[in-house]
Ligand binder design. Sequence first.
Ligand code: NAD
Length: 350
Amino acid sequence: MKKILITGGAGFIGSHVVRRFVSTYPGYEIINLDKLTYAGNLANLKDVETSSNYRFVKGDIVDADFIDSLFQTEDFDAVIHLAAESHVDRSITSPLDFVLTNIVGTVNLLNAARKYWKDSYSTKRFYHVSTDEVYGTLGEDGLFTEDTAYDPHSPYSASKAGSDHFVRAYHDTYGLDTVISNCSNNYGSYHFPEKLIPLAINNIKNNKPVPVYGKGENVRDWLWVEDHARAIDVIFHNAKPGDTYNIGGHNEWKNIDLIRLLCQIMDQKLGRQPGESEQLITFVTDRAGHDLRYAIDSSKLQRELGWTPSLRFEEGLEKTVDWYLENEEWLKNVTSGKYQEYYDKQYGEG
Ligand code: NAD
């Protein structure tokens, strides 16, 4: 029986990773540690919450004493670390929260692993989930590879870069078995609607303006979240200690083209006239320090571990729209109260 601590398992990607590990590996015991911030939601895991190999622990990775005692009581074989403050816009208004959770929280976990695993390093693994945003921005051409120098621009990406450096330092300095993956933008079910795709779906559905930063020229590489969870599974089980993998969909979209495609799908699904939803697109002042283009070279992962994305973007986007339209209750619950306050502050009341 392998005992695996997954942090941030009540969030968007974490819930898909928990679901995958709980259902694919009945012989593993999965412990989901999450603080349940605004982004964490146990309703994301309704279908696995009663599984006998799953347990939820509420707690804060910034609390070093709590993390220490958790590692002392539970003899974890591995950590898959996803807990983070993850929204770039929030990092611009509250950078310190990002330093605390993303850097201090990660170091607390590393310290506990170092302390309680020191006699069994060769059988333990610390897997850190990170982002391609640590690499900065690209011009018209080129791709981020695992050797691209870090060049973060937002407080979010700076905090993730800091945490990546600490994870590598604990491998190089103390010999901890660490693995890092840097992934491009994810989309899919259970995505909190402050992020571009679910926010646009929700607003189009409710006939509200769809805010697009600048002229919508920024390019992102999108990957279906379940393909990310599968990549994490493959890397977790097969990477060499200290290794890094980039994960991406070879699927670049300008924000404005993506939103137009989404509008077309929504017109069809909601029985609207072609072009009707597009009228909701509203250009808003660009995000400060907005990186122009991210694109990731995931050929190492494809070559060495045989992983490839399973879905074409158009197909995945339609599946995602269907999920949001079928899960109105989930959307209603997460967009009530605090979300509305945040939204009004960010984009004005409406
Ligand atoms: P998310 O914001 O949806 O979820 C984060 C989870 O972490 C939430 O459940 C939250 O409650 C929990 N959390 C936050 N602070 C905590 C704390 N102090 N202690 C314990 N739990 C805490 O984020 P996500 O989009 O699912 O991202 C998960 C990870 O993947 C992050 O590390 C992020 O940097 C990385 N990542 C995200 C993307 C993406 O497109 N969303 C892409 C690449 C990498």
